[in-house]
Design a protein around this ligand. Structure first.
Ligand SMILES: C[S@@+](CC[C@H](N)C(=O)[O-])C[C@H]1O[C@@H](n2cnc3c(N)ncnc32)[C@H](O)[C@@H]1O
Length: 478
């Protein structure tokens, strides 16, 4: 095979000192662990293999140039990391993807470089990509191109985990379990050491979820500590201890979460009731008259996403976020507090294009349907955070775009930080106080001037003020 390569592919493999972005993402998504075997197919110099070994993973690597022996064996999870984009022959690219899919027992994770890196890759047109001066080939993918390509070749439904990283599951149940975990993260159970703390943990679950758990949803230690009590006794204890208002609120939250999940599922292809993760099945039984009713309500919710008036109304009514003439901006910490229709809006975008790893504020447009994830690395420390990058997906075309401000001398920045957060966020009062003193000092009198670093600095000078952390003080004489 090597003799037939028309580009110098081995040169695309870099020496990694830390885990690659896709492997890191898969770890945090709990798709890689010591309980699963992993094959890094096209592992290059083996940086990810070594890093995963150090994390006690059972991992092997295979690469046609760097590690051709022993031959690749099937594994639970196969990583195909930045391999497809370096293969210049479309037929071989397809065969490689197909081969990686055959080797995966449970999950194939495919990553590729995206078109937004165009400016970094210089070269001459060659086939459907570019040949660089080092004779390496690059076919940069559009996000939706990668997703539909993997879908077409594997025949599986594919979920975008992050920009340029997609998961293809062998089994629908595993895909749905992954989606549930993204939409309704596992309720954390309080630790239980004795019967009293086990009951407290149970009551906490009931209050948060709005229903009692089934035994299979409990951590083993909790279940064992409660095993000597009769079911009726447990029920009585919960009834007597749980706060009925909290249980009611928990029930509402679970109902909305279930609807959200089923609506995202429809967007992404919905399966039968039995394919839902067990906790979701119990929620459907507890909060709806039937699965059919739940699905019908979720379908209506998804339809409402197309209704500008409805979406706009939800933005106006949202308790969290800053509404501008074009979009609603919400901090990451407050995202789950948006109305369900807006959570659905953001989730659909993330399933289609993948949320980036680093972001702090989501922007949901109200005309057209587009979500951007904006990265303000110092949102908490900087009183007026500067943007580092934005990643946008248009839900109508599924096209994505990326903007980096790293080289910009005059970056856009944020004001009135508290507006992006929920009113009860512990940092909101401090940010609000700063906004109020900035208003009193006249700093917001010319809104068109203060959107970028230079204009803001000029206004601070004009008003004779400067910032010390989150305090506005008189400017020291120069
Ligand atoms: C950009 S490197 C990525 C290496 C590694 N996955 C990483 O992310 O560090 C691309 C690798 O793909 C390998 N490769 C090229 N053609 C391949 C094929 N048909 N099947 C599997 N791997 C291939 C190359 O040898 C090279 O090591």
């Amino acid at each position: 095979m090597l003799e037939t390569w028309n580009s110098d592919r081995r040169r695309t493999a870099i020496g990694r000192t830390t885990l690659s972005v896709p492997a890191r993402k898969a770890l945090t998504d709990r798709q890689l662990g010591s309980d699963r075997t992993i094959l890094d197919y096209g592992c290059g110099r083996g940086g990810d293999v070594r890093a995963l070994e150090q994390l006690d993973c059972r991992v092997t690597g295979w690469d046609p140039y760097y590690k051709p022996e022993p031959k690749a064996e099937p594994a639970s999870v196969v990583l195909l990391t930045y391999v497809l984009n370096v293969i210049e022959d479309p037929a071989e690219r397809r065969d490689t993807l197909r081969r990686a899919w055959e080797l995966a027992d449970a999950l194939l994770i495919v990553s590729a470089r995206l078109t937004w890196e165009k400016s970094k890759v210089k070269g001459e047109a060659f086939g459907d990509g570019l040949l660089t001066s080092r004779q390496t080939f690059q076919h940069l993918y559009g996000s939706s191109e990668l997703r539909s390509y993997v879908e077409e070749v594997t025949g599986a439904r594919v979920v975008a985990a992050a920009p340029g990283v997609v998961y293809a599951f062998k089994d629908e149940t595993a895909r749905l379990a992954y989606l549930t975990q993204r939409i309704v993260p596992d309720a954390e159970w309080l630790a239980s050491e004795d019967t009293t703390s086990a009951i407290a943990a149970l009551v906490d679950f009931v209050e948060r979820r709005g229903r009692p758990p089934r035994i299979e949803e409990m951590p083993r230690a909790t279940a064992e500590l409660l095993a000597h009590l009769k079911p009726n006794e447990v029920k009585r204890l919960v009834r007597e201890t749980a706060d009925p208002h909290k249980v009611e609120d928990g029930g509402k939250r679970s109902t909305l979460n279930t609807l959200l999940y089923l609506a995202v599922e429809l967007f992404n292809g919905r399966g039968p009731f039995s394919s839902l993760p067990i906790s979701m099945q119990i929620d459907v039984r507890a909060f709806f008259s039937s699965y059919k009713e739940a699905c019908m309500r979720a379908d209506r919710l998804l339809l409402k996403l197309r209704d500008d008036g409805y979406v706009r109304g939800a933005m106006n009514a949202s308790q969290v976020g800053k509404l501008t003439p074009t979009a609603l901006y919400v901090h990451r910490r407050a995202l789950d507090r948006m109305p369900t229709i807006l959570r659905l809006y953001e989730h659909c975008a993330s399933i289609a294009a993948g949320r980036p790893e680093e972001w702090s504020v989501a922007k949901l447009k109200h005309q057209g349907r587009a979500v951007s994830w904006l990265d303000y690395p110092e949102f908490d420390e900087d009183p007026h955070p500067k943007i580092r990058s934005s990643y946008m997906v248009d839900l109508q075309t599924l096209e994505t775009s990326h903007m980096s401000y790293e080289k910009s001398q005059n970056r856009p920045l944020l004001h009135r930080k508290h507006e992006f957060l929920a009113p009860d966020d512990p940092d909101a009062p401090r940010y609000r106080r700063l906004t109020e003193s900035e208003m009193r000092a006249g700093l917001y009198e010319h809104p068109h001037l203060i959107g970028t670093e230079n204009g803001w600095e000029a206004e601070l000078v004009r008003c004779g003020r400067e910032l010390r952390g989150h305090r506005l003080v008189r400017r020291a004489a120069d």
